[in-house]
Design a protein. Structure first.
Lengths: 295, 301
């Protein structure tokens, strides 16, 4: 009797998507129509500033982690905001629902600048998983939209799961609830659409390579190495973007990249990106809007 | 929402800027963590002192190297640069090695408790045991140096939910286990008063040279980069910066020159108030405590 299932050596291909799932269709880069961005830019770039709230864990007491994260809505987000203000740039802000009421100054300042709010779940330690029932997951995804609408007067168009978490049914629920796009997927350098029964849901690239959660935290690279990674990433996208427009999202966490020693390099990268003259800076929703008419 | 309940939300841009002695742009305090990891530590109910079996000769050695060699190099470096440090003490070090207390007292350093040993965690402590820990540490430091600790950093950054109440009651001026701000924060305590001073998880040799495995050269640049940004912002709103060091890590032969370069860089700027943590806490209580009004802009809004 084998320990392996009888289909262990079988390959099953979804005939429509070519994938092992039906979420979206495989699409090789050279086979796509040419994308064009405003002002003839090679790269559409959005700066994403995540501001998270996480519960205090009491056994064992996680005071370090709790207070470290709490630096984001008190200090880090404002440092990044100051840097973006000087450059004349707007950010996209995935924000834990809890902070919409607990950090009113942040909400007020982000609104005043026209930053785009993105649904991000109640708090970072409450993940979206397939263990949730469909009813519970739907309520969880909807709660962020409702909370952002209550705090800002506008329903969010985008979603980023807490810690990037998704269940097997998140994309169809997001579309059903009226979300236009998700930042949970980093498997492309251009936007694409999911197959959903109702509505329309697009993926906006959110790459590991341009995220501080990955480069700084998981890989332990220094702030100047992160800057170098971002410059290298942009250099290639600018080259490729001469053929067809590319997308770069800069995935920052307010409590990580908003630290003084890192913010210095974020500023320096953005200055260089701006000086290249090849980048169209936009919020994530604005990129989706520039892309959809071309599909 | 499971909240700490010790401070209210406050956006840094909504506060009236701090005013520092000599109109400094930045207060910099330097904290060598002088630690002792026990050979055969007693158990803690919530955390094992070492990852594997004990004794663990490889894990034991670095701090011991710190006390035998690296700390003495650090004294020499700080004497040369004129730095008065805030020693974050595993208080047992003073009992084991009075020579170290003697050398610190000679320099009139400031002391911050870092518990008894770095292998005796506060995690899960009942109130009586935690009170006993605080009293024991205060008494050892007082007996060894003639001075009272100005602040508290939990042993291996461990605390309980009642730690701030007990610290305030014992007359400790500040708590350093929080990482939420670049300015002091007034904390809610049952009796008395307590502030938190910004400690750092970034400019911290335990984190950068330990878990992150950065080079000493990179860590030196962490220090100066952190300084650059805070110094720039300090032109309009002065900031507090902690440099959190572990002698065994930063004054090892291959590493000390990078620490020296970073400290020389900082001290070479005008408008830098190189103070002890105790000095900073005293200044805050005397000039700002209970008076952190909102900025004029926020008032007008």
């Amino acid at each position: 009797m084998s320990d392996f299932a009888p289909n262990y050596n079988q390959v099953v291909v979804d005939p429509v998507t070519r994938m092992d799932h039906g979420l979206y269709t495989f699409s090789p880069l050279p086979d796509r129509p040419k994308l064009v961005w405003p002002n003839g830019a090679a790269v559409a770039m959005s700066v994403v500033v995540n501001v998270d709230y996480g519960d205090l864990v009491t056994s064992p007491l996680n005071l370090v982690g709790y207070t470290y994260r709490d630096y984001g809505p008190r200090v880090g987000a404002f440092r990044l905001m100051g840097i973006l203000d000087v450059l004349g740039l707007k950010a996209t802000m995935p924000i834990s629902d809890v902070l919409l009421t607990e950090a009113p100054a942040l909400v007020e300042d982000a609104l005043a600048r026209g930053w785009e709010f993105v649904g991000h779940g109640a708090k970072v330690n409450q993940a979206v998983t397939s263990a949730l029932s469909e009813t519970d997951e739907r309520a969880y995804l909807l709660a962020s939209a409702t909370a952002i609408e209550a705090a800002t007067g506008k329903r969010p168009r985008g979603w980023l799961g807490p810690n990037g978490s998704e269940s097997a049914r998140t994309t169809q629920l997001l579309a059903d609830l009226g979300y236009d796009y998700t930042l949970d997927w980093g498997n492309d350098d251009q936007p694409y659409d999911f197959h959903v029964p109702n509505g329309r849901l697009s993926a906006l690239p959110y790459s590991f390579d341009t995220s501080d959660a990955n480069v700084i935290q998981a890989q332990s690279h220094t702030p100047w190495e992160f800057e170098a990674v971002l410059e290298d990433h942009l250099e290639t996208l600018i080259r490729d973007g001469e053929r067809s427009g590319m997308v770069m999202t800069l995935g920052l966490q307010a409590h990580v990249s908003g630290q003084p020693l890192r913010a210095k390099y974020i500023r320096s990268f953005l200055q260089k990106a701006q000086a290249s003259g090849k980048v169209w800076f936009a919020t994530t929703g604005e990129i989706v809007d520039a892309w959809r008419p071309q599909t | 929402m499971t909240d700490l309940g010790r401070y209210d939300y406050s956006a840094i841009t909504r506060r009236k800027p701090l005013t520092m002695p000599g109109n400094a742009r930045i207060a910099v305090f330097v904290v060598p963590n002088v630690e002792y990891l026990e050979w055969l530590p007693p158990p803690n109910p919530q955390r094992a002192p070492y990852a594997g079996p004990v004794p663990n000769v490889q894990a034991f050695q670095p701090r011991d190297y710190g006390n035998r060699v690296a700390l003495w190099r650090l004294f020499e470096l700080f004497d040369d640069l004129g730095i008065r440090a805030t020693a974050s003490m595993n208080a047992a070090v003073f009992e084991h090695f009075p020579r170290i207390a003697e050398e610190m007292a000679k320099r009139d350093w400031d002391y911050q408790s870092h518990g008894l040993y770095n292998t005796r965690f506060a995690l899960g402590m009942d109130e009586a045991t935690e009170r006993e820990l605080i009293d024991t540490v205060i008494n050892i430091v007082r007996k060894s140096t003639g001075k009272t600790i100005s602040g508290w950093l939990g042993p291996a950054l461990t605390t309980t939910t009642r730690t701030p109440d007990l610290l305030a009651e014992a007359g400790v001026k500040y708590w350093a286990d929080m990482f939420h701000d670049d300015e002091p924060t007034e904390l809610k305590v049952a009796k008395g008063r307590l502030i938190s001073l910004p400690y750092s998880f970034e400019v911290n040799s335990g984190v950068a040279l330990g878990g992150q495995a950065q080079t000493a050269e990179a860590f030196g640049r962490f220090i100066t980069d952190q300084f650059d940004m805070l110094y720039e912002e300090g032109a309009t709103a002065p900031k507090v910066m902690a440099i959190c060091l572990h002698p065994f890590a930063v004054t090892a032969p291959s590493r000390i020159k990078y620490l020296r370069q970073a400290l020389e860089y900082i001290l070479g700027h005008s408008g830098v108030w190189q103070a002890t943590a105790g000095d900073i806490a005293d200044w805050y209580y005397a000039n700002h405590y209970g008076r952190r009004l909102l900025s004029a802009a926020a008032d007008a809004a």
